[in-house]
Design a protein around this ligand. Structure first.
Ligand code: SAH
Length: 377
């Protein structure tokens, strides 16, 4: 879409249902028109008001003047040999963020970003190395899902009679950023993803992953009902303080209390604990047993993630046999554990490899020629 001049248009992808109704009313139309709009936007993937033929012409005119449906612009797309696709998306003239789609036999998972960069400084994560740039807006978060569905051809598929097969079946907030550090924009986005007039995803198919911002976890339990994943990575505070520095503020015991509260409050099944497997750091059988002691008898499952290396890191991935042994130990101790299959690592799309490289500033000055130009490694 061309860069707008004049008064700023409201991006409708950023408005959850009540806000959209209020906006529509503000344009002199009846609030139920919001339903029609949502149908066009979220079921049909329509981005042009002109095409929304069952809306009154005058109303369409108002919308064209005051609103837009705009998803982030694609800077670059990469495809992995295993079918994983990664998009580099434009945040502004010099910053970008990433989104990854992972197709599997029984589902398609879209991994989206909530911030450009990240402030949390976890030692094993590539995103941390670039520091924090800014929060993504609700429209930029929802816009990622909208864009992916367009790129993957899901909306066209839905238009064919008899076919109701989703391509994006699951959305995970496991891209760049700490979603709970962008609470204000993430919560409305979650609601739009799960609204039946929105993307209509069930609460089990939308997962927010957090490094453990405890106060925001309590707030989340009050505001929205989605699946929760927590990046644990260590069985004791001493090690977790090093790997996930936010632990110094909110240690493990406090974090786990917030997890169980979330499950109680939401009537949820379980929290998924992510645990990145780092060679010689957190992968011993004794550590597996300590981890099991923390989670045994609780509504918890553990997802072991083989560490994905990135330039400049000293850390190494645990050998496959060590990961298996760690998993077996957990299971023997009575805790549910799975190993995450590494996907898309040939295009740096695997967990912790998203860095949303900064676009070379000299190319940025070319303005409109930004799309498709090389990005700096
Ligand atoms: N900030 C959020 C979400 C983003 S990270 C969080 O911390 O949960 C998504 C998952 O990938 C987290 O569990 C994170 O710990 C993990 N991860 C980060 N870097 C990784 C790496 N290099 N290899 C494997 N997993 C990594």
């Amino acid at each position: 879409m061309p860069i707008q001049s004049g008064p700023e248009r409201v991006n409708l992808l950023g408005l959850e249902r009540p806000a959209l109704e209020a906006f529509v009313q503000g344009q002199g139309s009846k609030p139920f028109r919001a339903r029609q709009l949502m149908n066009w936007m979220y079921k049909r993937g329509e981005g042009s008001f002109e095409q929304m033929t069952d809306l009154a012409k005058v109303f369409r005119g108002e919308l064209v003047q005051h609103a837009e449906i705009h998803s982030p612009d694609i800077v670059k797309e990469q495809r992995s040999a295993d079918g994983t696709r990664k998009w580099l998306l434009k945040a502004d003239a010099s910053q970008a963020f990433e989104m990854v789609f992972i197709p599997e036999d029984d589902r398609g998972t879209l991994c989206i970003s909530s911030q450009v960069g990240c402030a949390l400084d976890c030692s094993f994560c590539a995103t941390a190395q670039q520091g924090f740039n800014r929060n993504l807006s609700t429209a930029e978060i929802v816009g990622q899902v909208w864009l992916a569905k367009r790129e993957l051809g899901e909306f066209e598929r839905a238009r064919e009679p008899g076919i109701d097969e989703r391509i994006v079946t699951n959305v995970v907030f496991m891209g760049m950023g700490e979603p709970l550090a962008n609470f204000r924009n993430v919560v409305p986005a979650l609601r739009i993803l799960m609204d039946d007039l929105g993307f209509d995803l069930s609460r089990r198919r939308v997962t927010l992953s957090t490094s453990g911002l405890v106060p925001q976890m309590y707030k989340l339990a009050e505001e929205v009902n989605c699946a929760l994943a927590v990046s644990l990575h260590a069985p004791d505070d001493e090690l977790r303080n090093e790997l996930v520095p936010i632990n110094r503020k909110h240690p493990i015991a406090e974090l786990l209390e917030a997890c169980w509260h979330y499950i109680d409050e939401q009537n949820g099944r379980s929290v998924t604990f992510e645990y990145v497997m780092l060679d010689g750091v957190n992968d011993s059988p004794a550590q597996a047993r300590a981890l099991a002691r923390l989670l045994k008898g609780r509504p918890a499952k553990i997802n072991l993630i083989p560490f994905n290396p990135f330039p400049g890191t000293q850390l190494r991935r645990s050998p496959a046999t060590v990961i298996q042994r760690f998993r077996d130990e957990l299971i023997q101790q009575g805790v549910l554990a799975t190993v995450r299959r590494t996907r898309g690592d040939d295009i740096d799309a695997a967990c912790g490899q998203l860095a949303g490289r900064v676009v070379d500033r000299t190319t940025v000055r070319l303005g409109s020629k930004l799309v498709g130009v090389a990005v700096q490694a």
